[in-house]
Design a protein around this ligand. Structure first.
Ligand SMILES: *Cc1c(COP(=O)(O)O)cnc(C)c1O
Length: 407
């Protein structure tokens, strides 16, 4: 019997050019983004300029985390305490958390079998809020043409959570460039790794001026390159609170060489994804996620559905795969485990039950695909999952009890 011995949490090392750039920042002692010598361009400002150029956005702001970028975007578009904000029922905890951090109230929208926001459910709820925080959860991008048409017609502002879609798009347009604001994360498990970090993009000068001031720019905003001109700040500079959350030059220095290499890394993720996808094709009982032709995805993780399976059978698959070294996460678990949690676990944001969404969430199985895995590793992982899903599905339900070593 084959076993897998790799680590699902092992990322690649930081590239040598990034380490060298980090050393230069440390040697300079100028880690704070506004601590520049006369005429010097801070690493943070250079990163913003390069990320704006890559995405085609007019403006970009580097901040302390992806979650900070989300909350900052909500504040910058004018969300106030008590306001309702639409968001995905299938997402990670920092998304409703960002909404709750303003004293605003998340209103959850369902998920489809394609693991994207349910546009029918969204259409039915659009009259409940002025803002949608759209999470491209696990890199699945919905029909953005349709979503924007619905939101524009209802006058709903869209903020995109692109934590899992840096480098991805829909119909040739990058994610983060459809809504009014796009928010990205550079946390270790996302598509560029600075430990923690976030980026926010927009074409709107007022919103971006507010975001820059909110992030803690003091009156030094003229040291930004990818920010609106000073006039945009004139009416805002004294009425916008400083909610400190800047990115520092050390993180920016680590990110700039990674940004230059992003397209190549995205292609490597997708090579791994396609190997797993092929290996799992036509596995009885297992539903693969359809990827529409217009979706330019970047798959740094893999999801499949065990639709309408009972909980014990899903737990048996997880245990049997774990015993062979394949670490799967289950979004259907009744209690939050590691990064998985469900909308009803976020008790600060009460919600009505959504049976169609619960059926999908119950069946979602998830795994990371770090670039430290070879294509052969990915083929092996798929063979293991295929064998164990088949064994349990074909009714061999006595077997799991003897193989739950990883429980
Ligand atoms: C990671 C993540 C965030 C938050 O990013 P941090 O940089 O960790 O704060 C937001 N949304 C999703 C979907 C994420 O996976």
């Amino acid at each position: 019997m084959e076993n897998f011995t790799g680590s699902f949490t092992q990322q690649e090392p930081i590239p040598e050019a990034a380490i060298a750039a980090a050393l230069r920042v440390m040697q300079s002692g100028r880690l704070h983004r506004y601590n520049t010598a006369p005429g010097e361009l801070a690493e943070a400002a250079a990163l913003e300029e390069e990320f704006a150029a890559l995405t085609g956005a007019r403006y970009c702001l580097a901040v302390a985390s992806g979650g900070y970028a989300l909350a900052c975007a909500l504040r910058a578009v004018g969300v106030r305490p008590g306001d309702r904000v639409l968001t995905n029922a299938f997402t990670l905890a920092p998304v409703p958390g960002a909404i709750a951090s303003l004293g605003a109230v998340p209103v959850f929208v369902g998920v489809t079998e394609g693991l994207v926001i349910d546009l029918e459910d969204l259409a039915a709820k659009l009259d409940q809020a002025r803002v949608l925080m759209l999470s491209h959860m696990r890199g699945h991008v919905c029909d953005m043409d349709r979503l924007m048409a619905l939101c524009d017609a209802a006058g709903v502002i869209v903020i995109e959570d692109c934590a899992h879609t840096m480098g991805a798009g829909w119909a040739g347009r990058p994610t983060g460039r459809w809504g009014t604001v796009g928010c990205f994360s550079t946390q270790t498990y996302k598509h560029m790794n600075s430990g923690e970090g976030g980026l926010l993009i927009s074409d709107d000068p007022q919103i971006m001026a507010r975001a820059v001031l909110l992030s803690g720019s003091y009156m030094l905003y003229d040291r930004h390159r990818a920010a609106p001109p000073p006039e945009a700040f004139a009416d805002l500079r004294l009425v916008t609170p400083n909610i400190s959350g800047r990115m520092d030059n050390l993180r920016a220095a680590i990110l700039r060489p990674q940004l230059a290499d992003l397209a190549r890394q995205c292609a490597r993720w997708n090579d791994r994804y396609r190997v797993v996808e092929r290996g799992l094709a036509a596995t009885p009982g297992l539903t693969l996620i359809e990827r529409p032709a217009a979706e330019d995805f970047v798959a740094s993780s893999f999801q499949f559905l065990l639709l309408d399976w009972n909980a014990d059978a899903i737990r048996a698959v997880l245990a049997r795969c774990a015993a062979r070294g394949v670490e799967l996460k289950w979004f259907g678990a009744p209690d939050p485990v590691a990064f998985t949690s469900r909308y009803e676990n976020w008790r600060y944001a009460p919600s009505a039950p959504m049976p169609a969404t619960d059926r999908i969430l119950h069946g979602i199985v998830d795994m990371r695909l770090p670039l430290t895995f070879s294509l052969e590793d990915c083929a092996l992982i798929a063979r293991i999952i295929r064998a164990e899903v088949s064994a349990v599905f074909q009714g061999d339900l006595s077997a799991p009890a003897t193989t739950t070593r990883a429980d």
